[in-house]
Write a protein that binds this ligand. Structure first.
Ligand SMILES: C[S@@+](CC[C@H](N)C(=O)[O-])C[C@H]1O[C@@H](n2cnc3c(N)ncnc32)[C@H](O)[C@@H]1O
Length: 269
């Protein structure tokens, strides 16, 4: 078994299986332990466990839900299971790297389920957010989440190959969790990841194709004081070798995970 889709251990996944199958809110915490499970709910738990273990399907695809930055999102195999450490930076409103009160426009490149874009819209209630993805299937899921959260007015969801569809729009924050898995690493991924869309993971021989495309265009879509925030996970070392002179900032992520860099607009000149 591999745990890498929003939890990093068996115990947390077991809790999510039980709470989901028993129809309990996680907010109940240990109070839930006093509840008696009916035979039908036990059977539901067993069935979920069996599918999770036998087929190695990420749990979120079985429950069709995922939690991100305090939001409950609908997910299925059309999108990567949301798990980006960028959630923590969104909750901190990207402070201290930008003044949150001055943020008017945000772009999420490769939005998948819409997780980062929608969390940004909640964190910045006065901002307009554009969410782009090249995958039509992923955008269907993003729209479903947008409707569930009632964010149709401030979030615009567009099909776009990177920045192609945003015209000459400029943003205070461009954020992205792009595909960043290199060819060798793709071959070695645990079975769970094979259930996810390849388009959400694979990014050329060294894993940096998407990052290169973002670097090529981000500057002309950032405002003067804008910032670019990108997750590269464990492709961080390859990135540092490939771009040795770029002044990357690597924010500390308290909830765990890492591999998220930040650049100011002027650094991209
Ligand atoms: C790692 S997933 C991240 C999804 C979501 N942002 C999240 O954090 O859960 C990368 C996303 O980038 C999208 N993508 C891949 N190539 C793209 C391209 N050329 N232009 C726009 N989006 C792209 C994929 O379809 C996928 O949804």
């Amino acid at each position: 078994m591999h745990f890498g889709h929003g939890t990093d251990n068996a115990r947390d996944e077991a809790a999510e299986i039980v709470f989901f199958a028993a129809g309990l809110e996680h907010a109940l915490g240990v109070c839930a332990y006093a509840k008696i499970l009916t035979a039908a709910r036990r059977a539901r738990i067993d069935a979920l466990l069996e599918r999770r273990i036998a087929l190695r399907i990420p749990l979120a695809y079985l429950t069709r839900r995922s939690f991100f930055a305090g939001l409950e999102l609908y997910v299925d195999a059309r999108v990567l299971v949301p798990r980006s450490p960028i959630a923590e930076l969104v909750l901190q409103r990207f402070a201290p790297w930008i003044n949150p009160r001055r943020v008017r426009r945000i772009l999420d490149v490769g939005t998948g389920s819409g997780a980062i874009a929608l969390a940004c819209a909640v964190a910045f209630p006065k901002a307009r957010v554009d969410a782009v993805d090249v995958s039509v299937a992923a955008l269907q899921v993003a729209r479903r989440n947008q409707r569930r959260l009632g964010l149709q007015k401030r979030v615009r969801i567009l099909r776009s190959d990177y920045f192609a569809a945003v015209g000459d729009c400029r943003y205070d924050i461009i954020v992205s969790n792009p595909p960043y898995v290199g060819r060798a690493e793709m071959r070695a991924l645990p079975r769970e990841y094979r259930h996810e869309p390849r388009l959400g993971l694979a990014s050329g021989a060294d894993g940096l194709n998407a990052v290169r495309a973002i670097f090529a265009a981000a500057r002309r879509h950032l405002t003067r004081d804008g910032i670019l925030v990108v997750e590269v996970g464990n492709t961080e070392c390859t990135l540092l070798r490939t771009f040795p002179t770029m002044p990357f900032i690597w924010p500390d992520i308290g909830m765990g995970g890492g591999g998220v860099f930040l650049l100011r607009a002027e650094d991209l000149d």
